[in-house]
Design a protein around this ligand. Structure first.
Ligand SMILES: *Cc1c(COP(=O)(O)O)cnc(C)c1O
Length: 428
């Protein structure tokens, strides 16, 4: 699952004590394990090897350029959703032919940047966007390689804010409209529609949800082929799970078992866009207890990380396993409330931000915590730092990558001057 383990009564990231990193770089601090990142990438690659897929790591989940560089070196392509992410991927040394560009609202400028860079595939989500892409491609003087994102009508049964595969979401096109566009753009000199794109939500813990949506996409591909409009690419998106509580997520091999049999005889170019399943378990957020207090009905532990560092609990009611960095020997990573532990205190772990929604955990049994104690929030590598903000004028935290026994700073802690960087050189 990951290389964050307790030995000698405290937490280590690979061969480095997390408390040493907190002492050296301060808190709040994101700590990533390069070994875990690589292991998750390889597991995905091996599980789907029979299809020889193009794996396009989803940049939005953890977009630090040094992380992207490590993944590019492993051979990963990239799934980007903005011009900024494309810029990051290219700066990380990505092969543009192995970049796919998704998103419902690409601007003309972003389309131009993608086409000029030679991006391998633009995943298009509306007729309006396809027409705009054809116009930009004509200006640039290229034929854009495109896929159409379709709505598979699958409810991935994840949080309402992260389900994407139904007609009630803004993503994709109904099958009939997609078929109509493939017909209308056949032979277009400016857009070459190569395939279909699916992404049903995140995290999706039921491999069958993929099987159902891929089955529907294959039916459409068959109908198009019968009409002389064969496409050669199927991008099946991301959304594979991670371990937030214990070992609850299916493994890469479980997803592959549901998906590979559907695609093995299809002679399609298959693209995968995993994000969370690669990065989530490769990062922890380390925070220090500032204060504790009791209000008569609740006990609060106030820490120096907040929704500004990790918004998932506030935004999605997400659960993250949390445990003290110096915990003694007793660390039940697979512990559930059904197996009570002695000596725990039920607390709300909250940040300093002026919002009642600013919490990292509510009603959480934890060992007693005192000011100065370090706490690790696990499975914070995906949608953690990437969603961090400067709300309340809080400088964003530092990020450290542990690799081959050494820690490297991959993003310095922001300063107060950084808060004003885009404001104070203007004579407004
Ligand atoms: C966010 C996203 C992904 C990655 O989702 P994960 O849950 O991180 O795997 C893949 N593809 C698209 C189009 C996305 O928007």
């Amino acid at each position: 699952m990951d290389l964050f383990e307790y030995h000698d009564g405290h937490l280590w990231c690979e061969a480095v004590p997390v408390r040493d990193l907190a002492a050296r770089y301060g808190t709040p601090l994101y700590v990533y394990s390069a070994g875990t990142l690589a292991a998750h990438y390889h597991r995905m690659q091996q599980a789907f090897a029979e299809l020889q897929p193009l794996i396009c790591y989803s940049v939005k989940c953890c977009s630090n350029v040094h992380i992207l560089r490590r993944l590019a070196a492993l051979g990963s392509g990239f799934d980007v959703v903005s011009g900024g992410e494309l810029y990051r991927a290219l700066r990380a040394g990505a092969d543009p032919a192995h970049v796919v560009f998704a998103g419902v609202g690409k601007t003309a400028r972003e389309m131009r940047e993608a086409l000029e860079a030679g991006v391998g595939l633009l995943n298009v989500e509306s007729a309006s966007e396809l027409e705009a892409l054809a116009a930009v491609a004509a200006e640039v003087g290229v034929r854009a390689e495109a896929a159409l994102r379709v709505i598979p009508e699958v409810d991935a049964r994840t949080h309402a804010y992260t389900t994407t595969g139904t007609r009630a979401n803004k993503f994709g096109l109904p099958f009939e409209q997609a078929a109509e566009l493939v017909r209308a753009f056949a032979g277009s000199p400016h857009v070459h529609i190569r395939g279909l794109h699916l992404h049903i939500g995140s995290p999706v813990y039921d491999p069958q949800a993929y099987a159902v949506s891929i089955g529907r996409a294959l039916e459409l591909l068959d109908r198009l082929a019968d009409a002389g409009l064969a496409l050669d690419t199927l991008d099946i998106g991301g959304g594979y799970g991670a371990h937030y509580k214990g070992h609850e997520s299916p493994a890469a091999t479980d997803y592959a078992a549901a998906i590979v049999p559907l695609l093995r005889d299809r002679n399609l170019r298959v693209i995968l866009e995993p994000g969370r399943s690669i990065a989530a378990n490769a990062g922890v957020l380390v925070t220090r207890v500032l204060h504790t207090k009791e209000t008569g009905c609740r006990r609060f532990v106030i820490v120096d990380a907040a929704m500004t560092e990790l918004i998932r609990p506030a935004l999605y009611s997400a659960y993250h396993f949390i445990w003290p960095v110096e915990a003694g020997e007793r660390v039940p990573r697979d512990w559930t409330p059904a197996q009570p532990l002695d000596g725990l205190v039920t607390v709300d772990l909250v940040g300093p931000v002026c919002e009642s929604g600013d919490f990292l955990a509510q009603d959480r049994p934890l060992p007693p915590l005192r000011p100065g104690d370090l706490v690790a929030v696990f499975t914070a590598g995906a949608y953690g730092m990437a969603m961090a903000s400067q709300y309340n004028s809080r400088p964003r935290p530092a990020e450290v990558l542990v690799e081959q026994g050494a820690a490297r700073l991959i993003r310095r802690r922001e300063t107060y001057a950084d808060l004003l960087r885009a404001e104070d050189d203007l004579d407004a």
